[in-house]
Design a protein around this ligand. Structure first.
Ligand code: IDP
Ligand code: MG
Length: 149
């Protein structure tokens, strides 16, 4: 079953959007299989954003993402990786569509409140970076027949 890594960044936590954001993924019909609140270490943040290490904003990004607690999650469902990216919206919140999380709640690219894996392979890498197997639950929604034909 397809899984993706989602993180509510420190700005989303500080702004009290944890419940709202989790609620959107729940209401959509995806399954929460991993959830924890933590302050990411410098090492973890640098590994997570490794692909951006040559970018001018890398240092600020790592310092921001480690600046306070974030909520790390794994969500499961058919097509969840691409669908979560659409629920999240464009990287720049000013161009993110209304109705998306960034479109509804943010104004700045450096404070865009949420992360979501951009591809299935990226999701696998990020999930194993942030979670151990024991921290992930294998379970099925009892209402699944009402969600999936
Ligand atoms: P994504 O989060 O939509 O996948 P990426 O391009 O992977 O966007 O960038 C990762 C994160 O780095 C963004 O969510 C944003 O917080 C930050 N970022 C990206 N581009 C810029 C920039 O030009 N200035 C400042 N921060 C940026
Ligand atoms: Mg990205």
């Amino acid at each position: 079953m397809e899984r993706t890594f989602i993180a509510i960044k420190p700005d989303g936590v500080q702004r009290g959007l944890v419940g709202e954001i989790i609620g959107r993924f729940e209401a959509k019909g995806f399954t929460l299989v991993g959830l924890k609140l933590l302050v990411a270490s410098q090492e973890l943040a640098e590994k997570h954003y490794d692909i951006h290490k040559e970018r001018p904003f890398f240092k600020d990004l790592v310092s921001f993402i480690t600046s306070g607690p974030l909520v790390a999650m794994v969500w499961e469902g058919d097509g969840v990786v691409a669908s979560a990216r659409r629920i999240i919206g464009a990287t720049n919140p000013l161009t993110a569509e209304p109705g998306t999380i960034r479109g509804d709640f943010a104004v700045s690219i450096g404070r865009n409140i949420i992360h979501g894996s951009d591809a299935i392979e990226t999701a696998q890498r990020e999930i194993s970076l942030w979670f151990t197997d024991a921290e992930l639950a294998n379970w099925e929604l009892t209402i699944k027949p009402w969600l999936v034909e």
